[in-house]
Design a protein around this ligand. Structure first.
Ligand code: NAD
Length: 287
């Protein structure tokens, strides 16, 4: 396909640091070309403290939209003009849409997680989730699950600086989605973890455990899994974590993190262009 940048090409960006390893430029540029859109996507290495200038630059250069990655997601939320409902609750964004100079921040990680479940035949509505984790990915999943009608969410986290995030999320969701039961427990209480998983529909690992260099490790003892439990991981490197391998061995529905990554990007693409991303074509091209 002919690659063509002209004087009218619309620009989309990725802001954060590091960004050199990101797959986003390849994915979005492929999709723009595949759909014949006169857009281009570039990654810019921007530190947290440079974000106010970067946001001004988006306006100055009429950049049509941007992704935001670590460590800039929280500061970016404080710099845009408006926030999506989930971004308002979470206080972090990974997408900015520039609508004639008005910047709106969105967070698509949770949407991508829920879409990935759906693509695997799992509807989150009315379900009980056990989510291990209280960092960025975990919070996005917990908030989106509540907004999308989950019945209850039991959050477990180790006793570290992230634990209070879970308590904040519980407090915010009590206001925003009072119909959803949210409980927060210490991960060290393994008896309680076992008990909560026993009547859960969906178990999620949203910690860094399982990701390199913690690959080969799982926070969930295999004996806690059962065939009718949906087991989802946010970790996508490696593609199959120990948790996902254990779940497969037990005969549970096992959903790795790669799909969440794809669908959070696809949701951003739709916010950018108003179109569905050509995900099948991109996956075929990537192979
Ligand atoms: P974060 O730094 O915000 O949170 C880290 C979490 O891991 C916290 O809950 C922390 O308590 C927990 N943790 C760290 N070390 C631990 C240990 N030894 N034992 C138990 N818990 C531990 O990270 P994040 O941005 O939320 O990312 C979490 C995971 O989600 C990463 O693997 C990341 O790659 C993945 N992620 C995936 C997607 C996707 O689209 N698939 C998107 C975002 C993040």
């Amino acid at each position: 396909m002919e690659k063509h940048i002209s004087g009218t090409t619309g620009l989309f960006t990725l802001l954060g640091t590091p960004v050199g390893h990101s797959g986003s430029p390849a994915m979005y540029n492929f999709s723009f070309q595949n759909q014949g859109l006169d857009y281009a996507y570039m990654a810019f290495d921007v530190k947290k403290e440079q974000m106010p200038e970067a946001i001004e630059a988006l306006k100055l250069f009429k950049v049509k939209g941007s992704n935001v990655t670590m460590p800039c997601k929280t500061v970016a939320a404080s710099l845009v003009d408006d926030l999506s409902p989930a971004a308002k609750i979470i206080g972090a964004i990974n997408v900015i849409v520039n609508d004639d100079g008005k910047l709106t921040g969105h967070i698509t990680d949770g949407i991508g997680f829920v879409r990935n479940l759906k693509e695997n035949g799992v509807d989150i509505k009315g379900k009980k989730l056990v989510v291990i984790g209280a960092g960025g990915a975990a919070t996005a999943i917990q908030v989106q699950a509540a907004l999308d009608g989950a019945k209850s969410i039991s959050i477990f986290n180790q006793d570290d600086e992230f634990f209070s995030n879970a308590e904040d999320t519980k407090e915010k969701l009590e206001d925003e989605t009072p119909e959803v039961d949210v409980d927060v427990y210490p991960l060290s209480n393994q008896d309680l973890l076992k008990e909560e998983i026993e009547d859960a529909d969906i178990l999620v690992n949203a910690t860094v455990v399982g990701m390199k260099p913690l690959d080969g490790q799982s926070l969930i003892d295999k004996s806690m899994l059962r065939p009718d439990l949906v087991v989802a991981d946010t970790v996508y490197n490696p593609l199959k974590t120990k948790l996902i391998e254990d779940a497969e061995e037990i005969g549970a529905k096992a959903i790795p993190g790669k799909g969440m990554l794809l669908w959070q990007g696809a949701e951003a693409y739709t916010l950018f262009t108003g179109k569905e991303m050509p995900t099948d074509e991109y996956q075929a091209y990537e192979k």
